[in-house]
Design a protein around this ligand. Structure first.
Ligand SMILES: Nc1ncnc2c1ncn2[C@@H]1O[C@H](COP(=O)(O)OP(=O)(O)OP(=O)(O)O)[C@@H](O)[C@H]1O
Length: 253
């Protein structure tokens, strides 16, 4: 699914959070959102997921205003893993992932084999199938993060929005999650702080103080002058063993 932000602005009371953001994300693209703390990444994600209304502008999904798509239909098409998603209910890991199947069920149709298969596959893809019966509150931060991603995968969306998905994950799970995200044949929008992980995106937008300052391939946009100006760090670039550029950060400016 193609997703477009058209001159989006968002504010809380008088505080502007996003100003005039326009982005076109192609179907099947892996699109990154990067920017310093407070630059508006999560706010933009919430608008793109249809969870927050913009004060001006609109979000278009395959040419249709997202605000006009019914919640259930939107939930079948767009899945969102927020940064600090939590639940206080007494749920097992499997229960949490099954929540992703609700948009496909109705009062007349409870979970069926296809729902169970989707839950199983989603748990397996984040290596949480061995903990399916564990209670949510007993999980570590990284395990919870992986279960939330499994819930979003079980939703079988056309667009997957992930807000800092590698937070809390150990290095092996960071790498396997990034590989999983890269392999999915759907539109993916990922907010990332690790700019080397962001190098894997097809394109990215750099946000600063609620505005988009650049859009393009990471290799072109994450140059050392911009890293200094926007992120406030001194960095050098080198070529990694995979032939991709790698950033090496030395100090805060
Ligand atoms: N409800 C709110 N009331 C006031 N300010 C808010 C509210 N929600 C967000 N903000 C502010 O809007 C700005 C953008 O926040 P947002 O969470 O979108 O940034 P972010 O780029 O995701 O940041 P981070 O990298 O720290 O997660 C921040 O300065 C934040 O403090």
């Amino acid at each position: 699914m193609r997703l477009e932000a058209e001159t989006l602005s968002a504010r809380v009371h008088r505080t502007p959070l996003l100003a005039d953001v326009s982005i076109r994300i192609a179907a099947g693209e892996l699109f990154g959102l990067v920017g310093p703390n407070g630059s508006g990444k999560s706010t933009l994600m919430r608008c793109l997921a249809g969870l927050q209304r913009a004060t001006a502008g609109r979000v278009m999904a395959d040419g249709i205003d997202l605000g006009r798509i019914a919640g259930r239909e939107r939930a079948r098409r767009i899945a969102f893993v927020e940064q600090q998603a939590d639940t206080t209910d007494r749920l097992t890991v499997r229960d949490v992932v099954e929540l992703g199947r609700i948009p496909y069920q109705s009062a007349l149709r409870g979970p069926d084999r296809s729902d169970h298969a989707a839950v199983h596959d989603a748990l397996k893809s984040v290596e949480m199938d061995g903990l399916a019966d564990r209670l949510w509150h007993t999980l570590s931060g990284g395990e919870r993060q992986r279960v939330h991603i499994a819930r979003a995968l079980a939703q079988a969306p056309e667009v997957l929005l992930l807000d800092e998905p590698t937070n809390h994950l150990d290095i092996r799970h960071q790498l396997s999650l990034m590989a999983l995200i890269q392999s999915l044949p759907i539109t993916r929008i990922v907010a990332l702080h690790d700019l080397n992980q962001a190098m894997a995106c097809d394109r990215l937008a750099i946000l600063h103080e609620g505005r988009v300052v650049a859009i393009g391939p990471p290799d072109r946009e994450l140059h050392t002058d911009r890293l200094a100006a926007i992120f406030g760090v001194a960095a050098t670039r080198e070529t990694g063993p995979d032939g991709r550029p790698r950033l090496r950060f030395s100090h805060a400016l």
